[in-house]
Write a protein that binds this ligand. Structure first.
Ligand code: 5RP
Length: 228
């Protein structure tokens, strides 16, 4: 079994009938949404999902999962999402798929954020993966120049699908990717980035995840719980 699928299927064990679930974005989340759709059909469950991207919304609809807007729910029971990197304190880098803003809003509204991924996502320190930062397009070069003072070069993410111009998120934002190498203090860096005018959200998820489920090539999984 694909290690990402193994982790996603394991996460399904935490889901109960009646729950409202945050549905993540990315290749691991695709496995979870597929498995959830099958489970709902088999057991005739009444589960509703809050998608974190238009891609996940379309996939969930195709799989027959009832959806609800974040604006219309008071609390999400569980958010299940992937990550680009996770450290031993379950701090995360997210946004490789460009959905970091909605992913953070959904995670913040959830009682628990469950992170699923292959074992390669687990890192002693965060920062080898370029940190995604969602910014407003207006004056983006000036925003990039302000961010560069934090110690890494911002690269504007391009739209690889169309091959034309910058990648634009579901909320009309650009993304800058910044390779810090090794982030010593994730909470401090998150605060510093968020203070930069033009920044809407940063892909550092500090102290938000409660459980990390890692999948391995032979199909087994390992769980790491947050120390809180
Ligand atoms: C999307 C994300 C994804 O969760 C992250 O990029 C991991 O993706 P994948 O499951 O494809 O490895 O943050 O914005």
């Amino acid at each position: 079994m694909d290690p990402k699928e193994a982790a996603a299927v394991k996460a399904l064990e935490l889901v109960e009938d009646g729950m409202i679930l945050g549905l993540g974005t990315g290749t691991t989340a695709v496995h979870f949404i597929n498995a959830l759709g099958s489970r709902i059909r088999e057991r005739r469950w009444h589960v509703r999902g809050v998608p974190t991207s238009e891609r996940s919304r379309r996939q969930a609809e195709d799989r027959g999962i009832s959806l609800v807007d974040l604006a219309d729910v008071r609390k999400i029971d569980l958010a299940i999402d992937g990550a680009d990197e996770a450290d031993p304190n379950l701090n995360l880098i997210k946004g490789g798929g460009g959905a970091l803003l909605r992913e953070k809003l959904v995670a913040a509204a959830a009682r628990e954020l469950i992170v699923v991924g292959d074992s390669g996502k687990f890192k002693e320190t965060l920062g080898a993966f370029p940190l995604p930062i969602a910014i407003v397009p207006f004056g983006w070069t000036a925003t990039a120049a302000r961010l560069e003072r934090l110690g890494a070069e911002p690269r504007l993410r391009l739209d690889l699908e169309t091959g034309r111009g910058p990648y634009v998120t579901d909320d009309g934002l650009y993304i800058l990717d910044m390779e810090f190498g090794c982030i010593e203090d994730v909470a401090q860096l998150e605060r510093e980035i968020k203070l930069v005018p033009g920044v809407v959200e940063v892909g550092l998820f500090v102290g938000m995840a409660s459980r990390l489920i890692l999948g391995y090539d032979d199909g087994h999984t390992k769980e790491i719980l947050a120390r809180r």
